[in-house]
Design a protein around this ligand. Structure first.
Ligand SMILES: Cc1cc2nc3c(=O)[nH]c(=O)nc-3n(C[C@H](O)[C@H](O)[C@H](O)COP(=O)(O)OP(=O)(O)OC[C@H]3O[C@@H](n4cnc5c(N)ncnc54)[C@H](O)[C@@H]3O)c2cc1C
Length: 402
């Protein structure tokens, strides 16, 4: 029997989560054969290579959530790894600014969440915020997170892939997992019979999970994030500048981020997309998938579940450059329209939606048994969380196979 098609552990999905899981599995069980299956010709072509690249310090999420714990630990682990391996990292920190008095409660709530999660966070006055970054606009006060940093997601993803290969993970590219077929996994390259399957298929994780009898309560809804890049010659903010997010929504609002080379971008949006890999035009169009997603979105729109109507109206407008620049200008002085002309690579969030409860899930979700484990809702900040989250996934696998 070939170990490629019959490995001890088969990981589906070569994004940052699948790579971190495959790598950690070889470290934990050096005698186990680990294969990673990826439908694309290389790793990190979806969410993991199309994000803001920010290491989130861990103050947005309630302390009892997986996201809080793993973003705090993940930021520390990535920062150490980048230093050790000479990977690009910009440890510039982040200001969260308030647009008006109505946002001060939200700012205070973030501080409470950060404190409960043991995250270093300072409340600063408007003047102090201006000292940290003369371009920052805030009402009365702001929050400063000194440990927030940014990395180069494709570089980090490639490094993790190289580590995994060196540790003995076998990678199989251009092969798509179709779903369960009896005791096997059907793929476009024939059947695989892994000892254990870990599904980290990002935007398609729900489909794969459902074929194994899991994730039946959920559907993944795609939300598109687009970015506008600033002219590198312009004066730019020194730190990342974020708004106070609406805590009922799983994303953080349009913000200003500074890349590892100092490049500035405004975004991302959270525009309802019509199919899972709906990046540009009709690229990757799957009609059946598009009908089913449109049907769900039409239902959400009619019932206005989780304020979907407002989300759709607000977000769709952000396709216009002027609207996105205006959003940036609410946070930062001197955001000239003419210097934000270049659209960046869009990314799509694999947001989990609970079909019966009609709500978006806020935390990571795992479902599985003694044969397979399915990672659902690996949305932001799963990039930040990937290293500690991978250990948790393997712990969960151990519990289920004991
Ligand atoms: C716009 C945007 C901004 C973000 N900003 C941040 C940020 O600043 N910080 C942060 O921490 N996180 C951020 N995130 C979130 C982060 O990018 C994702 O949570 C993370 O990349 C998810 O990784 P993943 O491995 O689960 O998914 P992915 O990277 O999507 O990987 C899944 C892989 O599975 C493969 N696959 C899918 N189906 C199959 C199949 N059937 N067979 C074989 N292979 C399959 C895909 O090709 C893909 O390579 C952002 C996300 C977006 C979209």
């Amino acid at each position: 029997m070939s170990t490629t098609t019959n490995p001890d552990i088969l990981v589906v999905g070569g994004g940052i989560v699948g790579l971190a899981v495959a790598r950690a599995a070889r470290v934990r069980w050096p005698d186990a054969s680990v294969v990673l299956l990826e439908k694309e010709p290389e790793v990190g072509l979806h969410g993991s290579g199309r994000n803001s690249g920010v290491l989130h310090a861990g103050f947005y999420y309630t302390a009892d959530s997986l996201k809080a714990r793993f973003s705090r630990d993940g930021t520390r682990q990535w920062t150490e790894l980048c230093k050790e391996r000479g990977l690009a990292i910009n440890r510039c920190g982040k200001l969260v600014v308030a647009k008006g008095p109505e946002e001060l409660d939200g700012l205070d709530e973030l501080k409470r969440r950060g404190d409960r999660n043991g995250v270093q966070l300072e409340v600063v006055s408007k003047d102090e915020a201006r000292e940290i970054d003369p371009a920052a606009k805030t009402f009365e006060r702001a929050l400063f997170s000194p440990t927030t940093a940014s990395v180069d997601p494709p570089q980090v993803t490639r490094t993790l892939a190289a580590d995994a290969l060196e540790l003995g993970v076998e990678m199989v590219f251009n092969v798509r997992a179709r779903g369960r077929k009896g005791a096997s996994l059907s793929t476009t390259a024939g059947d695989f019979q892994p000892g254990y399957l870990i599904n980290s298929a990002g935007l398609y994780a729900d489909k794969l999970a459902q074929s194994f009898g899991f994730g039946r309560d959920f559907d993944i809804l795609p939300f598109k994030g687009i970015y506008l890049y600033g002219d590198p010659k312009e004066k730019r903010p020194r730190v990342h500048i974020y708004p106070v997010p609406k805590l009922s929504r799983p994303w953080l609002g349009v913000h200003y981020t500074i890349g590892v080379e100092g490049q500035v971008k405004i975004g991302p949006t959270a525009i309802p997309a019509f199919w899972r890999e709906n990046y540009r035009g009709l690229e990757n169009l799957d009609l059946r998938e598009a009908f089913s997603i449109l049907a769900i979105e039409a239902g959400l729109f009619l019932r206005n579940d989780f304020e979907f109507r407002e989300i759709a109206f607000e977000e769709l407008q952000k396709y216009r450059r002027s609207v996105l620049v205006e959003q940036g200008a609410l946070l930062v002085d001197g955001t000239p329209m003419e210097s934000f002309r270049t659209w960046g690579k869009p990314g799509i969030r694999a947001q989990l939606f609970h079909k019966k409860e009609r709500k978006m899930l806020m935390d990571f979700v795992l479902e599985g048994d003694d044969r397979s484990l399915h990672i659902l809702n690996a949305v932001s900040p799963a990039f930040t969380c990937a290293l500690p989250f991978a250990e948790f996934v393997l712990d969960e696998m151990e519990v289920r196979t004991r």
